[in-house]
Write a protein that binds this ligand. Structure first.
Ligand SMILES: Nc1ncnc2c1ncn2[C@@H]1O[C@H](COP(=O)(O)OP(=O)(O)O)[C@@H](O)[C@H]1O
Ligand SMILES: [Mg+2]
Length: 553
């Protein structure tokens, strides 16, 4: 999830495929807790107008996720490529890296440089190119289609779950007792129920993240983000960068730029915000982006606001939670006013982590916004649906059926669920203690760097058990997914590095409805992140995770 430049915790994984001895199948060990047994097969195995930049306009071409004549044409012309990184001569790499660095600088594919002091607060100061992969990562077209098709189904699912207040409260009731942050979020949810607050206009800007599990050949969901889904701006640019490089060097590499799908994330997210603004129906109202006071990923956010202004003519402002506490007020009719202006849409790029609420002021700002009539992206209910605990509850047998009617949709969603368990499942906990490498232990946190892997899974479980059963409710257990590693050129701070890497694909989705009318329910482009697959700590400490795009095979 979320806005940090560590690429959403993508650095925290350690290795692509450990060698482990045969073990008992957690799916049989845990009986009914597993709703997608196929996912667990691995367990049996041993192993501008005028002002905007042209690049962004190209990124705004119609969505190409599911259908693309370009891609079909390309397929007829060239055989499906193997991995492009294998045989590129070093001189060519150097040339392409140079061009890519120039392109990134000229086209705003940038982040704040952590070495520069005010790079997280003053725009234009201390910029560095965003870390990127030099070439797009090969990805099978059928899995790409599968991921795209899931987006509108998940959008609908989130909306339906968000309306079931009892499901949210009951599912999170035990977590609430031991997790202060979740507890505060649930309190806001309860408060809104008490005052019978309803949200007629609901906007979700989501991202569903997946990895390809090498053992089962299944595309499995890592998580579903409902708050602060980051990188719509920069991911669109990386796709453009890759197309640009392949247009120039494709012949040398035997690669065709048409196989890199156009990435519409930025334009579609701006469109969704604009449509929501329109539903609010106050032409003088603005969009408010809730931000952290220090944000090195600010250019990703600024891109969205720039498109919102230049394409849709809508003004946005950036405010921290503490500023909103001081400056915001809600009028008797529910209108949220800030700096003397009415707010139509609140877009959260902060507020997903306890660190965003250092004092009561920030919580009071969150409550103020929730009480208002502004469209919240996300509302407190949407936020809660995106928690890891709810992900795990939805994976239990017969739960999807409560929220989705269409059997095909249910089957598609279930197929992408990895094994997910609550820690009151003693069989799952036992399996995780025995084979910790096959699991990830996840607290109810967003933003990267919070998950627990390897031997620490066992140690943490032992510690938690000593503290008492209540403590276990703060975590969920997840089957660890092992994607195939392949070579990639990773470029960070101007320096390239060839390494074995694994990737995670995020598909953006936008959902907007006003009462019974669904105004938008689409997949909206993608984010590919690639990171080194090696397990040694040096690789992780070096932080070699980068933005990427895909090369359809
Ligand atoms: N089940 C899993 N198997 C392998 N890697 C995982 C798994 N779950 C998470 N990860 C890795 O950890 C990162 C962060 O986990 P995620 O669930 O997305 O939490 P966050 O909300 O912090 O982004 C992911 O981007 C992915 O690289
Ligand atoms: Mg994540």
């Amino acid at each position: 999830m979320a806005g940090s430049i560590d690429l959403g915790g993508f650095l925290s994984l350690r290795q692509s495929r450990p060698s482990f001895p045969a073990l008992t199948n957690p799916s049989s060990a845990t009986g009914t807790a597993v709703s997608n047994p196929a996912a667990l097969r691995f367990c049996r195995k041993v192993t501008p107008p005028a002002l905007l930049l042209p690049a962004l306009y190209r990124a705004m071409e119609p969505p190409r996720c599911v259908e693309s004549t370009d891609i079909q044409e390309a397929e007829n012309e060239i055989p499906a490529a193997g991995h492009p990184a294998r045989s590129v001569p070093p001189e060519l790499v150097e040339k392409m890296v140079y061009d890519a660095l120039v392109w990134s600088s000229l086209h705003g594919l940038v982040v704040g440089d952590r070495r520069a002091q005010s790079s997280g607060s003053v725009p234009g100061v201390g910029l560095v190119h965003a870390p990127f992969a030099l070439l797009p990562m090969p990805f099978p077209k059928s899995y790409w289609r599968q991921a795209c098709e899931l987006a509108p189904i998940f959008n609908e699912l989130v909306d339906r779950v968000s309306l079931d207040a009892d499901f949210l409260q009951n599912s999170l009731s035990r977590t609430k007792k031991v997790d202060g942050f979740t507890s505060r979020l649930l309190d806001i949810h309860s408060k809104m129920l008490e005052i019978k607050k309803t949200e007629d206009i609901r906007l979700g800007l989501h991202r569903s993240d997946y990895m390809m599990d090498a053992e089962t050949n299944l595309l499995l969901q890592i998580e579903f983000n409902t708050i602060s889904s980051s990188f719509p701006g920069l991911s669109s640019l990386v796709s453009e960068l890759h197309r640009n490089l392949l247009n120039k060097y494709g012949n040398d590499l035997g690669l065709d730029s048409k196989r890199v799908p156009g990435n519409t994330a930025i334009s579609r997210f701006a469109e969704a915000l604009a449509k929501a603004w329109n539903e609010y129906n106050n032409s003088s109202a603005i969009v408010m982006v809730v931000v952290q006071s220090e944000e090195r990923n600010m250019y990703d956010q600024h891109w969205l606001c720039a498109v919102l202004k230049e394409i849709h003519g809508i003004t946005s402002i950036r405010k921290t939670l503490s500023e909103i506490d001081v400056q915001g007020q809600v009028l008797p009719d529910g209108t949220l006013i800030i700096d003397g202006q009415a707010v139509a849409v609140i877009y959260f790029r902060a507020g997903y982590s306890p660190n965003d609420y250092p004092s009561e002021a920030e919580w009071s700002a969150r409550v103020l916004m929730e009480k208002s009539s502004a469209i919240k992206c996300p509302s407190i209910s949407y936020h809660l649906v995106g928690t890891k605990k709810i992900q795990q509850e939805l994976a239990k047998p017969n739960v999807l059926e409560r929220f989705l009617d269409n059997e095909d949709d249910i089957a598609k969603v279930r197929k992408c669920f990895a094994g997910l368990w609550s820690l009151d499942d003693t069989d799952a906990v036992k399996s995780a203690m025995e084979k910790p490498d096959l699991f990830v232990l996840k607290p109810q946190r967003e933003g990267g760097g919070n998950n627990i892997y390897g031997d620490t899974v066992r140690e943490t479980l032992i510690k938690l058990q000593k503290k008492g059963t209540e403590e276990l409710a703060a975590y969920i257990l997840m089957q660890r997914i092992f994607p195939t590693a392949s070579l990639a050129f990773l470029v960070r701070e101007g320096i390239w590095h060839l390494d074995n890497a694994i990737s995670e694909l995020g598909i953006y989705g936008a959902y907007l409805r006003n009462k019974d009318k669904v105004i938008m329910n689409d997949q909206c482009g993608y984010l590919m992140r690639t990171k080194v697959s090696s397990s040694n700590e040096g690789g992780v400490a070096a932080g070699f995770a980068v933005l990427d795009s895909i090369y359809l095979t």
